[in-house]
Design a protein around this ligand. Sequence first.
Ligand code: FNR
Length: 183
Amino acid sequence: MPRTIALLVGSLREGSFTRKIAKAIEERAPLLKFDPVEIGDLPLYNEDIDRGSPPAEWSRVRNQVKAAAGILFATPEYNRSVPGLLKNAIDVLSRPYGKNNFDGKPAAVVSVSPGAVGGFGAHHHLRQSLVFLNTPVLQQPEMYIGNVKTLMDDKGVITNPDTGKFLEAFAAKFSDWVEKFAK
Ligand code: FNR
């Protein structure tokens, strides 16, 4: 049985390169099944609301991540950081206090950009939050996917053979990583 991986993508764009890269990884990971977490409809995090009965959207994503064996964060870079969409989802999933859904859950980060730097700034801002949240994040290979438009065709099929191999190697390492923590 493949392990279920909660997939958090930091883009709502229909043609998102980041989501295409996540799909290309899943296609190379026979031991993993990605479960996309819908984060576009999450109300902005507010502790006041969380004290009563939280919005149904928050409960939905919390249960989804709780049930997963691991998490893949696939993020674009907005202004050298994580898009607000994804940061809000992390805030929602990390609370209420004492019920951090990331605690001890194996994860990996992939950053994607049409630019040359590969979303390095977003990638490491995200890792900073994950240190605080006690999330064991795969260290290597570091997944900065730069110049993404040159690596795939219009449908998101990877056309660069080296990139294909790189994604495959990452998929194998991430599968091993998730397995180490499996209960
Ligand atoms: C961007 N983009 C961008 N790219 C980058 O490499 N570094 C950056 O800091 C930013 N900043 C930024 C801010 C905002 C508000 C937007 C809308 C875009 C460009 C970004 O990488 C590009 O739009 C990607 O295509 C977004 O990823 P998806 O939606 O294709 O997955």
